[in-house]
Design a protein around this ligand. Structure first.
Ligand code: HEM
Ligand code: HEM
Ligand SMILES: [Fe+2]
Length: 466
């Protein structure tokens, strides 16, 4: 860390981790309600718990991305952030708006929340991930504008590296792609289009740019490999992302009432979407092999290599399994989808957030890397969370397969609830693995409080002898 203004990233990272813990607690409650429908009911129905779980996910990821931007943009631009005070103010606005929204979901019936917050003026509420009341959505836009103003001004006055331009462009894309959330027509076909522009446009388009910029930054810093090499990889990965991902959106249009050609377009283009994820793995491993020095933060290196591997498995492999139209005819909306959603979101976006936090937090605390003891706690947390999430995905895949065979195929399909009952062993496995995941998160968070001698002061890396 070279610039004092980078310090504003710290509250963003801490806030993100706190909300992450909250997200998992609500995931555990939702999982419990699968096993016992009366758990916390009627005070907190499943629909509410699920909304809180997914909305906390989106908010903490956005918070981590913003922290990453405030950390990386000044360092890459080699100049102080345009306005650290604005960045700090924006943090508090975002945190308070986020917490109020969650409390609104929990303690006000959704219809009443809609009535209270002007949903009748401009209807936006109700679609998955985009459940936020109108004032929150407007707040998200304002927070994004503040971030964009700050980082764009910083970039404008500083050094313009490709990495920084991709990151700032990715953040602009993130904000622009949120705008279809304000278009929620009564026509369900049109509503599907605009919903997926946000959700698919984010995770299988724009966020992949942010993902490669963040990974690129960490790897440049930790391996000392020439920037030009990383930039070349980044451009190819981005090109492949956009070529496959933009038309690949058709994999959400198969049976929604959209024209039939989407069956072909969606299948062909989305089948190519795993390619950039695979390239990200190759890229990270090659950087690791050709590293110029041994970086003392082994935990951050583990996250940076683990992220593309898990992202490829969750997004690339599990996504591919359900993406072809004839397959999705049977698997659409089953727990197969939830398996993919969990492994992809965690493997790509949660893990890249934890990677940049792992890399940057020691610097923000005035050291190059944490003590070996603290790193051991962190790496234990890594393995427990990764393995638990893998088990969750396998359990949900099991449940998905049972649904396909008992409910979607054959002469005598069983009813929805009958099938749920047959699958309860998988829901138990999910819940147990959820608890181990939580224990991994606790180990990870503990690492921040474990003492011992920091491995090295600023600036010291050991040259790699071969
Ligand atoms: C990191 C990137 C990705 C993330 C975070 C992600 C996440 C998700 C989530 C959460 C859903 C469920 C949406 C819902 O209905 O609520 C979903 C659906 C889907 N994803 Fe992904 N995904 C990613 C990449 C991919 C890729 C690369 C593919 C294809 C190769 C893919 C294929 C699909 C398909 C076909 C569906 C629809 C399933 C259905 O209709 O039941 N995803 N994704
Ligand atoms: C570790 C403990 C976790 C448990 C027990 C858990 C449980 C659940 C449950 C029960 C649902 C509702 C599924 C449904 O509507 O049928 C859900 C949805 C979801 N969770 Fe989790 N979750 C956990 C962790 C996570 C993590 C770490 C992430 C991402 C980083 C995540 C992302 C999501 C997403 C994107 C959805 C919506 C997916 C869909 O509907 O396809 N969850 N989770
Ligand atoms: Fe998609």
């Amino acid at each position: 860390m070279n610039f004092a203004s980078q310090r504003v990233a710290k509250p963003y990272f801490i806030g993100a981790l706190a909300l992450f813990a909250g997200q998992i607690i609500f995931g555990l409650i939702a999982g419990m309600q699968y096993l016992d429908g009366s758990f916390l009911f009627p005070a907190f129905p499943f629909s509410v718990i699920r909304t809180v779980h997914t909305n906390l996910l989106i908010v903490w990821l956005l918070m981590a991305f913003m922290g990453a931007a405030y950390y990386i943009v000044p360092e890459e631009a080699q100049t102080e952030l345009h306005s650290p005070r604005l960045a700090l103010l924006t943090f508090w606005v975002f945190l308070i708006a986020g917490v109020l929204t969650i409390l609104g979901y929990l303690f006000v019936p959704y219809s009443q929340l809609a009535a209270m917050t002007g949903n009748a003026i401009l209807p936006t509420m109700g679609r998955g991930y985009l459940e936020q009341p109108l004032p929150t959505k407007i707040g998200i836009v304002l927070v994004a504008l503040s971030l964009l103003f700050n980082v764009t001004m910083t970039l404008a006055k500083g050094r313009k590296t490709s990495l920084n331009i991709v990151l700032v462009a990715g953040l602009w894309g993130l904000a622009l792609l949120f705008l279809p959330a304000f278009y929620f027509p009564v026509d369900t076909v049109k509503a599907s289009y605009s919903w997926w522009w946000v959700v698919h446009g984010w995770v299988e388009g724009d966020w992949e740019l942010i993902l490669s910029a963040l990974l690129g930054f960490i790897l440049v810093r930790m391996t000392g490999v020439d920037r030009e090499i990383i930039e070349k990889w980044m451009y190819i990965i981005i090109a492949m992302t956009l070529i496959s991902g933009i038309i690949g959106i058709g994999h959400h249009y198969y049976y929604t009432g959209a024209p039939e050609y989407w069956i072909w377009l969606g299948s062909i283009f989305s089948a190519m979407e795993p390619v950039p994820f695979l390239m990200l793995v190759v890229f990270a491993v090659r950087m690791l092999i050709s590293r110029r020095h041994e970086y003392p933060n082994h935990a951050a290196l583990l996250w940076a290599i683990g992220t593309p591997v898990m992202a490829f498995l969750g997004a690339g492999f599990w996504g591919f399994m359900i993406t072809l139209a004839p397959v999705q005819y049977y698997t659409h909306g089953t727990n197969f989808t939830a398996a993919h959603g969990h492994l992809a979101f965690f493997g790509a976006y949660a893990m890249v957030s934890l990677s940049i936090i792992s890399y940057a937090m020691p610097h923000l605390r005035g050291r190059m890397a944490n003590s070996l003891r603290a790193q051991r706690w962190e790496m234990t947390g890594f393995w427990i969370m990764v393995i638990s999430m893998f088990v969750i995905a396998l359990a949900l895949t099991g449940a998905g397969i049972v649904t396909v065979f008992l409910q979607r195929m054959g002469e005598h399909p069983i009813s929805f609830m009958g099938v749920q009952y047959q699958e309860r062993v998988f829901f138990w496995i999910r819940e147990v693995a959820g608890f181990t995941f939580f224990s991994g998160l606790v180990a990870y968070l503990t690492s921040f409080f474990v003492g011992g001698d920091p491995v090295a002061a600023h600036g010291a890396t050991v040259p790699r002898g071969r």
